[in-house]
Design a protein around this ligand. Structure first.
Ligand code: MGD
Ligand code: MGD
Ligand code: SF4
Ligand code: MO
Length: 696
């Protein structure tokens, strides 16, 4: 552990993908968050969640002993009671071993998280594939940026959220933010919009709500939720019609544009208006702006986030926005092209090291024989012993406790009960398990359902790397000693592996695990082979790919070629199908969900921090709708969908479409309503739109 002398330990925030740099110092028993100005991504700025993050430490609800569920005399489930580590781990591995003998290794499922460090995500994948032997592993990142990941891999040959450092955003001339509310979801990043506009650049926001981000925009398009694909196709149609396509770039650097060019012919602006509710004039204004800008050599950048990605056609929507950027010849230029704003702290690294159902470390595919051979060599096992592809996150949860699905689930780093779509159904599946094990720092709603709860160390008590939204690998350093009784995830994973008679040992020292991960990733797309802890400390992070020691890392991608073997980007024909569920007489409104500034995700961590606002969910609606419903601001209303209902106060605002309501998902409720329709390519659930009824 680094010595704790002033000016404190340089580390990063426990929450979102910006991974803002901060210093932790101790004053008496308290831990204090201070600015770390030299870290380039946030330049010392933090949002209120970052400033209050130390409140997680020493919290009275912090778990410090394993918990084991009692079994009543009649065989029913009793209360959770404290247990020793020996008893708890012994219980888990005995039960898992028995299930594996009786039903095979796929009877055990593993569910990870994009908030886990790279080291943890890597060891979790290895625990599943090597120690347990199961194919059934996936993680909550499937609910986060998987649609952009799938589109990036298909079109560009590589999935790295931003292909350049975030600050490059300032250099663009037109920034299109499609479905991102970054002023609330990564506030320090909003400075780049301000600087871009000070330089004379233009910001366009596409969001059914006029958010604090949209308040910074020069042009706001407010689509009906779930119709962004039609908008992007309509913009492409106009660019083709105007002769704004960069034919030279398209010919030299891409494949397949002619079919896409033909396919957008039916997306004239009036048709786009009918589908999206955005006036044809506004669609034209956006296309004109893009065409004019590129005609004079200016730069265009499209950034997408969950607003356009969390849909049953989310990956196609991302593809269509990528095509707008490619048709204009932008990707590869500095601060231009396309990028995805990844969400969770390690949303990027979490998807690279093997906790995804179809992946091995280094962003290798599990069904690729060469990838299997390489990783098996690093792991010291026979490639044929590695399982194949498993189920995606929602499909895994949907199968729990069924004839063919897992009978036990190990959860590390996700609060499924709050954050899964169609949550009532998912909660029933969790209840049908023979064994639910949750490793967490607090008794989250999911941990409260578990048979065994394992208390783990948290941010500030442990060291590990994260990969931020730019693909920059950074180091979170321990600043304090963990409380008595808790163990690190790496310790827990190693103990579980040993208890499951793993053929190989699992390291528990994060730096040692990182070195192994770097070897396992070597030669893969996300190549970390040249990165180590001391380099990260010295250089304020290292961008992957970094294939060998001494390699400078790769802050900017695609300058000369894309990551497909022939170096060319791919255009694939996509068409608008619409949301899986359309409003009708019974459910006449669109419901969408998302975030507020002061809470993080399922709220397991931030609802416990007293300096953050925890006033519960609300139902944001337009005054016209409120009048029709006969309700006013602050009055409770009921929201009902085909899957469930909730009650919460109305929040009446002029800034939302009158046909749409918005509910934040940080509290139990929103996900009782949401639709579990999945994107066919990414398996992303449709969190961002379903049909709803609201009553006063
Ligand atoms: N405060 C806070 N910050 C966070 C998080 C948090 O929980 N709280 N979580 C982090 C994580 S994991 C993530 S993934 C990111 C997410 O970051 P964002 O994607 O910025 O956040 P969301 O609020 O989910 O969605 C963004 C916007 O999409 C809009 N939207 C809804 N439906 C549609 C639609 O059909 N089309 C379009 N164009 N827009 C739509 C919503 O109105 C919302 O304003 O935030 C990260 N940062
Ligand atoms: N309706 C709706 N639902 C959504 C979304 C939406 O926009 N709308 N967004 C989706 C998105 S983008 C995301 S990312 C998910 C996120 O939703 P979740 O997967 O629930 O994410 P968190 O709330 O961050 O849960 C992390 C849990 O792990 C614990 N934890 C934190 N760090 C660690 C660690 O290092 N080790 C261990 N063992 N535990 C840890 C925390 O205490 C918490 O209980 O929600 C999805 N759900
Ligand atoms: S923007 Fe994200 S990383 Fe930065 S302080 Fe806020 S939550 Fe933490
Ligand atoms: Mo996310």
């Amino acid at each position: 552990m680094p010595a704790l002398s002033m000016p404190g330990v340089q580390t990063h925030c426990p929450y979102c993908s910006l991974q803002c740099g901060m210093r932790l110092t101790r004053s008496g028993r308290a831990l204090e968050v201070q600015a770390w100005e030299e870290f380039p991504v946030n330049e010392g700025a933090l949002c209120r969640k970052g400033w209050t993050a130390a409140g997680l430490r020493g919290h009275r609800e912090r778990l410090t002993t394993p918990l084991l569920r009692e079994v009543r005399e009649d065989g029913s489930r009793g209360e959770l009671r404290p247990a020793s580590w020996e008893e708890a781990l012994g219980f888990v591995t005995d039960r898992l071993s028995a299930l594996r003998s009786a039903h095979g290794a796929d009877a055990i499922g593993v569910f990870g998280g994009g908030g886990l460090t790279n080291e943890k995500a890597y060891q979790l994948g290895k625990l599943a594939r090597v120690a347990i032997g199961t194919s059934q592993i996936d993680y909550n990142g499937r609910w986060c940026m998987s649609s952009a990941a799938s589109a990036g891999s298909r079109a560009l040959g590589m999935d790295r959220g931003l292909p350049f450092p975030l600050a490059d955003v300032e250099e663009t001339d037109v920034l299109v933010l499609a479905g991102s509310n970054l002023a609330e979801t990564m506030p320090p990043a909003a400075r780049h919009l301000d600087r871009l506009r000070e330089r004379g650049g233009t910001v366009v926001v596409v969001d059914p709500r006029r958010t604090p981000t949209a308040d910074r925009a020069d042009l706001l398009l407010q689509p009906v939720p779930g119709t962004d694909l039609a908008l992007a196709l309509g913009v492409l149609h106009l660019l083709v019609a105007a002769g704004a396509v960069d034919e030279e770039y398209v010919a030299a650097r891409t494949i397949g544009f002619d079919a896409v060019r033909r396919s957008v012919a039916p997306w004239w602006p009036e048709r786009v208006e009918r589908v999206t509710g955005i006036e044809a004039e506004q669609v034209r204004a956006l296309a004109d702006l893009l065409a004019r800008t590129t005609a004079r050599g200016g730069r265009v950048l499209v950034l997408t986030a969950r607003g356009v990605e969390q849909h049953s056609q989310g990956s196609d929507t991302v593809l269509a926005w990528m095509y707008v950027a490619l048709a204009l010849g932008q990707p590869g230029r500095r601060g231009a092209g396309y990028g995805c704003l990844t969400g969770q702290g390690n949303g990027q690294g979490g998807r690279e090291h093997g906790q995804k159902a179809d992946q091995l470390p280094g962003y290798r595919m599990i069904d690729d024989p060469e990838a299997r051979a390489h990783v098996a060599r690093v792991w010291g096992v026979d490639p044929d012993s590695l399982p194949g592809k498993g189920r995606s996150a929602y499909e895994l949860l949907d199968a729990l406790g069924t004839e063919t699905g897992p009978r036990a689930l190990l959860v590390f780093g996700s609060n499924i009960v709050v954050s899964a779509p169609n949550a009532t159904h998912v909660t029933e599946r969790l209840a049908a398990l023979d064994l639910l094990v949750v490793a967490d720092m607090v008794l989250s709603e999911t941990a409260a359902m578990a048979d065994v709860v394992l208390p783990v160390t948290q941010w500030a008590e442990e060291t590990g790397t994260m990969t931020n939204l730019e693909g920059r690998v950074i180091l979170r350093q321990a600043a304090v000693t963990p409380p008595e009784g808790v163990r690190s995830d790496l310790d827990v994973i190693a103990a579980l592996a040993a208890g499951m008679a793993s053929p190989v040992e699992f390291a528990t020292d994060p730096e040692e695990v990182f070195a192994e991960l770097a070897r396992a990733s070597s030669g893969g797309k996300a190549d970390y082979a040249g990165i180590d802890y001391s380099r990260i400390r010295e250089e304020h992070g290292v961008f992957w790919p970094c294939p060998e020691v001494g390699h400078p890392g790769t802050p900017r991608l695609f300058a000369d070629s894309f990551a497909h073997p022939d170096g060319r980007a791919r255009f694939l024909v996509t068409d608008h199908r619409g949301a899986a569920e359309q409003p009708d007489a019974e459910y006449p409104l669109h419901l969408t969900t998302g975030r507020v500034l002061g809470q993080y995700q399922s709220g397991a961590q931030t609802r416990r921090i007293k300096d953050l606002p925890d006033d519960g969910p609300f139902v944001e609606m337009h005054p016209m709708l409120a009048r029709r419903l006969g309700t006013t601001d602050g009055e409770p209303v009921s929201v009902r969908t085909r899957r469930g209902s909730m009650r919460a106060p109305a929040r009446v605002v002029e800034t939302i479409r009158p046909d749409t309501v918005f509910v934040p998902f940080h509290w139990v409720g929103a996900n009782r309503l949401t639709n579990d329709a999945l994107d066919p390519a990414s398996r992303m659930p449709e969190f961002k739109v379903c049909a709803a009824e609201v009553t006063a």
